[in-house]
Design a binder for this molecule. Structure first.
Ligand code: 5RP
Length: 158
């Protein structure tokens, strides 16, 4: 017999407190969170995993419904943290499973760490300190782009 699955729609939540709202629903007994209407509002939907969450936590079904998969390379909360390199293999695992999906890294990413991220297959780069703290952000942005584009062109052509 199919079991009851309660899926609170985040559209009714406080968007400014989305993480806390989701935690509150899960604590309250919800099995799923309903995100599908995001697309109906002309927005993109992403799925994020924290450093201690394996890539396998993202099922094929969830990944296919998402526009982007985010591998956090720091513990979420604040900028300026040290890049956690052990997260990088998760990027490679997801890229192998989803060759055409946008895969993002976020946390401690900059000129010194972009190489491993790009080589693993990430193509969307969140960088705070490295860009805003740069003397010339244009140079850093271009470097990040070039590194990703080169890796994509040489390692990930379909
Ligand atoms: O989402 C974040 C932390 O939760 C930050 O955006 C991320 O850490 C990027 O900042 P930085 O490049 O300074 O590490």
């Amino acid at each position: 017999m199919p079991r009851a699955i309660i899926s609170p729609s985040v559209l009714a939540s406080d968007f400014g407190q989305l993480t806390a709202e989701c935690k509150r629903m899960i604590k309250g007994g919800a099995e799923w969170l309903h995100m599908e209407k995001i697309h109906g509002r002309n927005m993109k939907a992403g799925v994020a995993i924290s450093p201690d969450t394996p890539s396998t936590a993202i099922s094929d079904e969830v990944a296919n419904a998402a526009d982007m998969l985010l591998v956090m390379t720091v513990y979420p909360g604040r900028g300026g943290q040290k890049f956690i390199e052990r997260c990088v293999p998760k990027v490679a695992e997801l890229r192998a499973r989803f060759p055409e999906k946008d895969i993002e890294v976020d946390g401690g990413v900059g000129p010194k760490t972009i190489g491993v991220c790009a080589d693993a297959g990430s193509n969307v780069i969140v960088a705070g300190t490295a860009i805003f703290g740069a003397e010339d952000p244009t140079v850093v942005i271009q470097q990040l782009k070039d590194t990703v584009n080169t890796a994509q062109a040489t390692k990930f052509t379909l």
